[in-house]
Design a protein around this ligand. Structure first.
Ligand code: ZN
Length: 185
């Protein structure tokens, strides 16, 4: 089922996600619907906050983005990221390492706005999957960026919070317009 993606200005986007105590049928259904919603919206990640449910749950799928490669390692061995998509991350814990890289980001909850965001190059992720098995991997490239963007959502943070003042100020009129539209609904 395709869910409604909430837009900039919705309070769920500023809520820290509650830890998921048990991966039950409700969580599995939510994750499946989030994957369907992400794919239908041509996104490469979606957090539960974006469908109005503040939980520590996000989905990521970078397969469709061919011009921004990703690398992924499991147990220190490099794997094909495509073979592990879509990823469902329950209660993810992420260490970010390496030099800072700038890259363009957008967000399904902030339509029409993109900007360069500086983030560490690599992530080391520990999460649960939908069978409550531990899922550990490392990633660089778009997958690393997507995981960091989704992790921010789980903490109520948006990519526009990470822009330098000048960029943020330049985008403010567009953001104000979005805010106006989303509060009119
Ligand atoms: Zn987003």
């Amino acid at each position: 089922m395709i869910l409604e993606i909430v837009l900039y200005g919705h309070p769920a986007l500023r809520s820290r996600g509650a830890k998921i105590k048990k991966v039950d049928e409700r969580i599995r259904k939510l994750a499946a619907d989030m994957i369907e919603t992400m794919i239908a919206a041509d996104g490469c990640g979606l957090a539960a906050q974006q469908v109005g449910v503040p939980l520590q749950l996000c989905v990521v799928d970078v397969r469709e983005v061919k011009n921004r490669p990703s690398r992924m390692w499991i147990d220190g061995k490099e794997v094909d990221p495509d073979a592990h998509m879509p990823l469902v991350l329950v209660n993810p814990q992420v260490d970010m390492v390496g030099p800072i890289e700038a890259g363009v980001e957008g967000c399904l909850s902030i339509p029409g706005i993109t900007a360069e965001v500086a983030r560490p190059r690599k992530v080391k992720v520990r999460a649960l999957d939908l069978e409550e098995k531990e899922l550990c991997f490392e990633a660089t490239g778009l997958l690393s960026r997507a995981v960091q963007h989704e992790l921010d959502h789980l903490n109520g943070v948006l990519f526009i919070d990470r822009l330098d003042n000048q960029t943020r100020e330049a985008l403010q009129p567009e953001l104000d317009k979005l805010l106006h539209n989303s509060t009119q609904r």
